[in-house]
Design a protein around this ligand. Structure first.
Ligand code: OGA
Ligand code: NI
Length: 371
């Protein structure tokens, strides 16, 4: 059943996501009240702990200069950058983008409003807790089992597009420019997302508007602001469990000061060094399906830190919930049989939201055709 909330005269009819998240304590509260205590449920088994995997530091995620792709008068230079992008998509599923055109002052303010919200009292933030069955609001998500290990972080999740999914009752009124900042930022991010998707189409030799056709008026965009408080034993916990994103692509503002994002490559966890004002972009499960596995969604996780709080802001870009998701016909032939079944986007999102974050398990169980 849909629930209805009214805010400042605007009404909203929420689709019920059918989520059953188990309520857990705010990590920010926990870290403040008992700074030296880590409850058992946060302590990972040996094989999951950050400390158990030594990190090679030689590999770095490719950095793409968007200006070179859009403005380069020299075709050779542009093609070189397109090749770097193609390689990044095939070999990493992750890349950083600089010169993306989002004003730095807007990025600063975006981080500012997120930080100011997390800085409010717990009682104030609790007013934005998710409604039962919903997947928007302040708290924690993906906790579906009383015994599951917990992540050392709190989050605020909001749908930004399309309008019918936007629940303004959950948009904080403090700071007062929260709403306006999110709106301005999401308009810019959508432009970047569309450009990136058209470059993907070009590199895959699909029609340049192949993805554009699938990401129309009703495209979905959601945002997750993650706050990872300092943890006395970062070697024992995870800020965010290993997962691939259920999106088409994700555009992430890492914390510029505090490292913490790791991507999995060749079975090793590689840190992504923060590049000031860069967007970290990664392939989500839906692009993996649409490209018939040519581009793969990659597992990633977040670490915590002993001294510093870390903030990250992830924007997830999706087609319309009504869209049928399937491998592009041009990427399926005798040599490359379809690796995924066709599905309705909404059904996958429901499935993804009903499970705990667990590597690429959701995509594998839901859509992968077993050879
Ligand atoms: C996410 C995510 C990484 C980070 O929110 O899906 O992967 O660095 N975040 O917080
Ligand atoms: Ni993610």
């Amino acid at each position: 059943m849909a629930s209805s909330v009214t805010n400042a005269g605007e009404s909203f009819s929420s689709p019920n996501w059918g989520t059953h998240f188990v309520a857990v304590e705010s990590v920010q509260e926990l870290a403040q009240k008992k700074p030296n205590d880590i409850p058992e449920r946060y302590i990972r088994s040996e094989d999951e702990r950050p400390s158990s995997t030594p990190l090679p530091s030689l590999l770095t995620v490719p950095v793409i200069d968007m200006e070179k792709l859009l403005l380069a008068s020299d075709n050779h230079e542009r093609q070189k950058e397109m090749d770097i992008l193609s390689k990044a998509c095939i070999e990493w599923g992750f890349f950083q983008v600089v010169n993306h055109g989002i004003p730095h002052s807007l990025i600063d303010r975006m981080r500012g409003v997120a930080n100011e919200f997390f800085g409010l009292s717990f009682e104030e933030k609790q007013k934005y807790a998710p409604q039962p069955g919903d997947a928007q609001g302040y708290g924690n998500m993906f906790v579906v089992d009383e015994k599951q290990k917990l992540d050392w972080g709190d989050l605020m999740a909001l749908a930004l597009m399309p309008k019918k999914l936007v629940n303004l009752a959950l948009w904080p009124t403090t700071p007062s420019d929260y709403r306006n900042t999110l709106e301005r930022y999401s308009t810019h991010v959508e432009k970047v997302a569309q450009i990136i998707l058209s470059l993907f189409a070009e590199n895959l030799q699909l029609r340049s508007d192949y993805f554009k056709g699938k990401f129309g008026e009703d495209s979905m965009m959601t945002m997750r602001m993650n706050l990872y408080p300092p943890c006395p034993r970062p070697d024992l916990v995870l800020g965010l469990s290993p997962h691939s994103d259920g999106s088409a692509i994700t555009l992430l503002l890492q914390d510029d000061q505090v490292e913490g994002l790791h991507v999995r490559k060749n079975n090793e966890w590689i840190p992504i060094q923060p590049t000031p004002y860069a967007l970290v972009i990664n392939i989500g499960d839906l692009i993996e399906v649409m490209t018939n596995g040519r581009y793969k969604s990659i597992e990633h996780r977040a670490m915590t830190n002993k001294e510093k709080t870390r903030l990250s802001i992830a924007t997830f870009y999706h087609p319309s919930l009504d869209e049928e998701v399937a491998p592009a016909n041009n990427l399926v032939d005798e040599k490359n049989p379809s690796l995924y079944k066709k599905f309705k986007h909404q059904e996958y999102i429901h499935y993804y939201m009903s499970k705990q974050l667990n590597g690429k398990k959701s995509l594998a169980d839901f859509a992968k055709i077993c050879e």
